[in-house]
Design a protein around this ligand. Structure first.
Ligand SMILES: [Zn+2]
Ligand SMILES: [Zn+2]
Length: 269
């Protein structure tokens, strides 16, 4: 038989996954089309892949990683007027269309199997940065107790663990705790989001654990950057050398969401 010729040379895990994919084939996470066995972990069909604007293919803000179509500025208006606590943020794609809908299913619809594809997308984005930064540690954004009880999983941790493993980095799942229950960021406008994360996070480890380290902070979406800034501020206060934030998706520059200098004065983390 033909299969007897190739089976012995195939690593057992791959062989098992291929066999399983005959019964439970991988599906495109965006349109649901059957893909069979996705060795690359990227369960995205060619048609859906074409529709995604990947951040490494377009102009982005050099600091926050926001896509800035039709802009020739190196920094977005927010980064021009505001100092971030993180050193840099990168994302894979804009938070819109198919990506946005898939992220919402991942976060709120129990589609935890998407983590495999999303993490693979993020690994592709982060890998080139490993040489530049030499990360010592990977951490993830925390979830409040109430959200954890309601959802049953922290979507940022579902991404961070396989990313750290694929990149061969140390991983700490509980770097932070959320000390206060707050309204969901998604229910708030821009200014409210910034204020909503003021003093609600704390480190869940001794500060010395982070001192001198170059840290990769994983979250699912960067919207205002408020959460990323608040967490980075804690890491920097503990002595972290560099904090690079990586998210699956990031909102595009939106003039309606730009903060004025007066707005910034009101915000303290
Ligand atoms: Zn598709
Ligand atoms: Zn920016």
């Amino acid at each position: 038989m033909l299969c007897e010729r190739w089976l012995p040379n195939m690593p057992f895990k791959t062989m098992l996954l291929k066999a399983l994919s005959l019964i439970f084939p991988d599906q495109c996470i965006f349109c649901g089309s059957i893909l069979g066995y996705c060795k690359s972990q990227l369960c995205i069909c060619p048609d859906c892949a074409k529709k995604i604007t990947f951040s490494d293919e377009v102009d982005t803000c050099r600091l926050c990683g926001r896509q800035m179509p039709d802009e020739e500025m190196p920094l977005c208006p927010t980064c021009q007027s505001h100092r971030h606590y993180f050193n840099r943020a990168v994302s894979c794609a804009s938070y819109k269309d198919d990506i946005r809908e898939a992220v919402l299913r991942f976060k709120f619809g129990n589609c935890t199997d998407y983590a495999r594809t999303f993490a693979a997308m993020m690994v592709r984005r982060i890998r080139p940065l490993c040489k530049t930064y030499g990360f010592d540690l990977t951490v993830c954004a925390p979830l409040s107790k109430a959200s954890m009880n309601e959802r049953g999983y922290n979507q940022a941790a579902l991404l961070a663990k396989p990313i750290a493993k694929a990149l061969g980095l140390a991983y700490c799942e509980k770097a932070f705790i959320k000390t206060k229950e707050t309204p969901k960021q998604s229910t708030l406008n821009y200014i409210q989001r910034m204020k909503n994360v003021e003093n609600v996070f704390a480190l869940d480890k001794d500060p010395s654990y982070f001192a001198g380290k170059t840290i990769l902070l994983i979250d699912d979406v960067l919207t205002t950057g408020a959460t990323a800034d608040a967490l980075s501020k804690l890491l920097k206060a503990a002595g972290a050398k560099i904090v690079v934030v990586a998210t699956l998706a990031c909102t595009e520059k939106d003039k309606n969401n730009e903060l004025t200098n007066e707005d910034w004065k009101e915000i303290t983390f």
